[in-house]
Design a protein around this ligand. Structure first.
Ligand code: ADP
Ligand code: MG
Length: 282
């Protein structure tokens, strides 16, 4: 199964969800590959690999489709990380690739094609994408059997989902690939750091964003808003999971390990285990 994590906003939990679902799939004995398609390379560093080193990366794979460049396939760049999860690492250079891709006809299917060359070497492939609507997200969507959309509790997250749904329609229209996005993950839900937002309309929200709200500790308003948001998400996705704020998440990433190995019994691990099992049984 090939799963892509997407949302054009940053900080919604794409990388965290990708790495931790990968961790639980690895735990049940699967050969798991994470493909990092984000120039920020957080999935790469989250698995303990330095994205600044001069190793071959997904940059070289994309560039080898762009004319006069040495032929580098995914198999040439994949390495096993200390967790046992395999990684196709990213690097900061990846930002420079996009202009080269515009000259290629089937540029949205580069990743799909590169994955096909791997044959059945991996049981599960997870693709992490950047917070943008560019070629890397498009490649991730085209390659995927299933797309997982992640949300944080900020007020503009659902707006991002509308844009994502438009790009999925475009993929169907122009590339002829149906995009299946059944799963939504709500990240850091109920976090104390989430900004409480007034439900008195857009003007009031803007005012609150720019000037803050003196009584922003109003818990009822915040709980109501989160519930309404959750209900909206449930209308659009077959499966919706809520991952609580958990300090182990960041600590595990700094340590280069998924929660399945770093803190398998913590709250966030419990939800990611459940998501991994559910996706696995599809
Ligand atoms: N459940 C969680 N609890 C605490 N921190 C989290 C949780 N999920 C994500 N984070 C943190 O939030 C930040 C953004 O998450 P990340 O997965 O990198 O988002 P994205 O890949 O969408 O940009 C990271 O620093 C990550 O460690
Ligand atoms: Mg990320």
């Amino acid at each position: 199964m090939i799963v892509t994590f997407a949302h054009h906003k940053g900080g919604t939990g794409k990388t965290t969800s990708c790495l931790n679902i990968a961790g639980f799939w690895h735990e049940c004995g699967k050969r798991v590959l994470v493909i990092d398609c984000d120039p920020q390379a957080n999935a790469t560093s989250g698995l303990g690999i330095d994205p600044c080193s001069d190793r071959l990366s997904i940059y070289d794979v994309f560039m080898s489709y762009a004319g006069d460049y040495p032929d580098v396939g995914l198999a040439d760049i994949i390495e096993e990380t200390k967790s046992g999860i395999f990684l196709a690492p990213s690097s900061l250079d990846l930002v420079g690739v996009e202009p080269y891709l515009y000259g290629i006809n089937n540029r949205a299917a580069i990743l799909k094609d590169a994955i096909a060359e791997l044959g059945d070497a991996y049981d599960c492939i997870l693709i992490d994408t950047p917070p943008s609507m560019g070629q890397f997200v498009l490649n991730g969507l085209v390659a995927a059997d299933q797309v997982v959309v992640t949300f944080d509790s900020g007020i503009f997250a659902l707006k991002g989902a509308e844009a994502l749904s438009a790009i999925m329609d475009d993929v169907e229209t122009y590339v002829g690939e149906k995009v299946v996005a059944d799963v939504a993950i709500l990240t850091r839900w109920g976090s104390a750091s989430a900004t409480p937002v007034s439900d008195e309309g857009f003007g009031a929200r803007l005012k609150q964003l720019f000037f803050g709200t003196p009584d922003s500790g109003d818990k009822d308003v915040e709980t109501k808003r989160l519930t309404a948001f959750e209900n909206d998400v449930k209308k659009s996705f077959k499966m919706v999971y809520t991952v609580p704020f958990d300090t182990n998440v960041q600590k595990a990433q700094v340590d280069g390990l998924p929660l399945s190995q770093f803190a398998p019994e913590c709250e966030a691990a419990r939800v990611y285990r459940e998501i991994a099992e559910k996706l696995n049984s599809q």
